[in-house]
Design a protein around this ligand. Structure first.
Ligand SMILES: [Zn+2]
Length: 306
């Protein structure tokens, strides 16, 4: 949805209340106190009331919006901007577009939206054929943040990001030429390059029936315990480049996407990556991206994600 349509569809807070009410009813409202699912709607208070124990649930309650003083309309507007373009917005751009006076408010809002994007993608595992590789992403160091006024000074440090890409080999029946198509991606910031770290990611995020493709490295020696087949190729060879084609493409796209942010802290890096991946995985969604993001925004947020 673009911003013109937004103004038309959500002219005031009232319209946003009925929108979120319908969405929450669709997903099912559960009473926090007694787990009852039947509720009355208290029109004057814009709240659900449990039919069994009388406990009240606000539209924001339990969601990412809980504890936020921002209106539902501001949340909807931010999610419109987040889903309106492929490249996304920086907090500074969003601050101008949405007319916020405080930068921090927008900054926090943006990161909360990125967190729900990441949580949503964590619900799915990759399957079939999966490429796995690691990338180095420039991050801001504490010293660099201090020096940010004198641009160009300070050493740039790198964070390591594991990249997983579902990709399938296709063969042209006439020419027998091989190509690869890709589906879903996952990217996770990792603390080290130890085999244990990679193993955990593979266990958590890749289906055990998958065929795993990696670089030919000793770190990756024992992966066949976690997947069906493990294929390795030297990444310097033509076969190796083909083996990790989509992981490498995604890495270079991630790097250019992150260039729009002036500074990326270690602590927030995963959030930026989550936004990138969420959109990449939904690259064919078009207009539906907005609706998917709304559904993600009203999922239980405060439970531990495990
Ligand atoms: Zn109840």
């Amino acid at each position: 949805m673009n911003i013109l349509k937004f103004e038309e569809r959500f002219p005031d807070e009232e319209s946003c209340i009925s929108f979120f009410k319908a969405k929450r009813e669709q997903e099912g409202v559960v009473c926090k106190k007694c787990e009852e699912k039947e509720h009355y709607w208290l029109h004057s208070k814009s709240m659900f009331q449990c039919k069994s124990c009388g406990f009240r649930t606000s539209l924001k309650s339990g969601t990412v919006m809980e504890n936020s003083n921002l209106s539902l309309r501001k949340w909807l507007m931010a999610m419109t901007f987040f889903s309106a373009t492929k490249q996304g917005f920086t907090a500074l751009e969003l601050q101008r577009q949405m007319g916020f006076s405080r930068y921090q408010t927008v900054f926090d809002l943006c990161h909360k939206i990125r967190v729900i994007m990441g949580k949503r993608d964590d619900e799915y595992k990759l399957e079939d054929m999966v490429e796995y590789d690691e990338a180095y992403i420039t991050k801001a160091t504490a010293a660099e943040k201090k020096k940010s006024l004198n641009r160009g000074r300070g050493t740039q440090q790198k964070s390591t990001v594991a990249v997983m890409a579902e990709s399938t080999i296709l063969e042209d029946p006439k020419t027998k030429k091989l190509s690869k198509s890709c589906r879903y991606f996952k990217m996770k910031k990792i603390e080290d390059l130890k085999a244990k770290t990679a193993e955990k990611l593979i266990k958590d995020f890749i289906n055990k029936d998958a065929v795993l493709q990696t670089d030919d490295s000793t770190t990756y020696a024992k992966f066949e315990d976690f997947v069906d087949v493990h294929v390795t190729e030297l990444s310097s060879t033509k076969e190796g480049r083909f083996n990790l084609k989509w992981a490498h493409t995604a890495i270079s796209n991630l790097k250019s996407d992150l260039r729009k942010y002036k500074m990326i802290s270690e602590r927030r890096l995963q959030n930026y990556i989550d936004e990138f991946c969420y959109k990449l995985n939904r690259r064919y969604f078009g207009e539906r991206l907005f609706d998917r993001l709304i559904i993600a925004s009203i999922q239980p947020y405060w439970q531990s994600s495990g």
